[in-house]
Write a new protein. Structure first.
Length: 413
């Protein structure tokens, strides 16, 4: 990764783009079918076997859609399945987690001030949490407790709050939010893979064999689809949050994450009520706004910073960049052109917290973010934004030479 930073950056971009594309496809189809199901008219003429129907207009044409509660009388010749949108979204998202948080675990996943743990152990905890999370969730859904969906969703919310707190006690703030999103997305995609699709296959098999499908399979699938419906918006928030340190890098970020799940419920309740023709509960927007204001306030709360910090011990990777030729000059450049924003207490007007939570004040911090400095301030002019600190071309060339000299020195050693 350090050796081929430009190739690696483009691969990350490609995977991120794929993740966004598949996510749009999955979320779009999910929201559409929830809206369609809620909006079905059940008062059908006598003799119509469907459970409900809906007329829709789009793209210059009219659509007449019918839904069968369990299955039609016989298997249709052509059947469209919706599954790969979910699978591809999860697989591309997991690929991004590996490329960003596992490959660079010492930089993005582990924060020794939060929990001093080796990168390998951190990755194992990450994988275990995603796996165990699904097992616990699935067990609760299948238990007698899960027969009451309202009661079940309250308990699931408590589990999510506990996970939000737990992740912030183990990982860096940025990684904690990302993992909470991955934890939730894993449950959603596993619902499709392990429950919804297998149940639909059972129904199809019964139709082909001339048997009457059991209604329980449709009921179970609908419960899991409903969960997915309410979890989608919080997952999007958590995935976008890595661009906003006020969300993930503040003292009580786990409470912020917990309130985000409630906002997901209030927003979806409005649209679900509207699509089901049960009115327009506009109070949900006021509730959402209040929750958001509370989140803004919580982000300003913090414990006092310690007056002194122990001298940091550089990792082998950080030492490689800190001892490279021209590091002192690069450090002066970064501290003069970048650290006014990328500091614990930014001095640039309008900047409250360091962008993306990146600090560039000490030798260790600069060495730790060497690749990001090389890409954003050396090979490209992305930083500083609009070159507000007036970094010169000579200084950019110096950053390029420093980084590439460090990589070259590593190869020779």
């Amino acid at each position: 990764m350090d050796e081929y930073p430009i190739i690696w950056e483009w691969l990350l971009f490609a995977v991120r783009w794929l993740h966004v594309i598949t996510g749009i496809a999955w979320i779009g189809s999910s929201f559409y079918f929830i809206a369609l199901d809620l909006g079905l008219k059940r008062d059908l003429p006598e003799g119509v076997l469907a459970d409900g129907e809906e007329w829709q207009v789009h793209g210059g044409g009219f659509y007449h859609i019918q839904k069968y509660l369990v299955a039609p009388a016989e298997m249709p010749e052509h059947l469209t399945w919706f599954k790969w949108e979910s699978y591809a979204t999860w697989l591309s998202g997991f690929a991004m987690m590996v490329m960003v948080y596992y490959v660079s675990a010492d930089l993005f996943l582990v924060d020794s001030t939060v929990f001093d743990i080796s990168p390998v152990k951190a990755v194992l905890i990450s994988l275990a949490s995603l796996t165990v999370g699904w097992i616990i969730y699935d067990f609760l859904c299948k238990s007698s407790f899960g027969q009451d969906n309202t009661r079940l969703m309250v308990l699931l919310y408590i589990v999510l709050v506990a996970m939000a707190w737990g992740y912030t006690q183990v990982f860096s703030g940025r990684a904690a939010f990302l993992h909470l999103g991955a934890f939730t997305a894993t449950i959603m995609s596993a619902n499709v893979f392990f429950i919804i699709m297998p149940n639909q296959r059972v129904v199809v098999a019964d139709l082909k064999a001339g048997r009457t499908p059991d209604p329980k399979y449709g009921k179970i699938a609908k419960q899991r689809s409903t969960h997915n419906n309410y979890l989608t918006l919080p997952v999007i928030f958590l995935m976008l949050s890595n661009h906003y340190p006020l969300a993930f890098a503040t003292e009580y970020s786990w409470i912020i994450a917990s309130l985000v799940f409630l906002m997901g419920v209030t927003i979806r309740h409005y649209f679900n009520s509207k699509h089901a023709r049960k009115g327009h509960p506009t109070w949900t927007w006021l509730a959402t706004a209040v929750l958001f204001v509370v989140i803004m306030w919580i982000s300003t709360l913090s414990k006092p910073l310690p007056d002194e910090e122990e001298e940091a011990v550089l990792s082998p990777r950080e030492q490689m960049f800190a001892s490279a030729v021209s590091f002192e000059e690069v450090r002066d450049t970064v501290q003069g052109r970048c650290s006014m924003c990328h500091a614990v207490e930014p001095s640039w007007e309008g900047i409250i917290v360091p962008p993306k939570g990146v600090l560039l004040e000490t030798d260790q911090q600069i060495a730790a973010h060497a690749r990001e400095i090389y890409i954003n301030a050396g090979r490209t002019n992305a930083m500083p934004p609009n070159n507000v600190s007036e970094i010169t071309n000579k200084e950019r060339k110096l950053i390029i030479a420093w980084y590439e000299a460090a990589i070259k020195g590593e190869k020779q050693n």
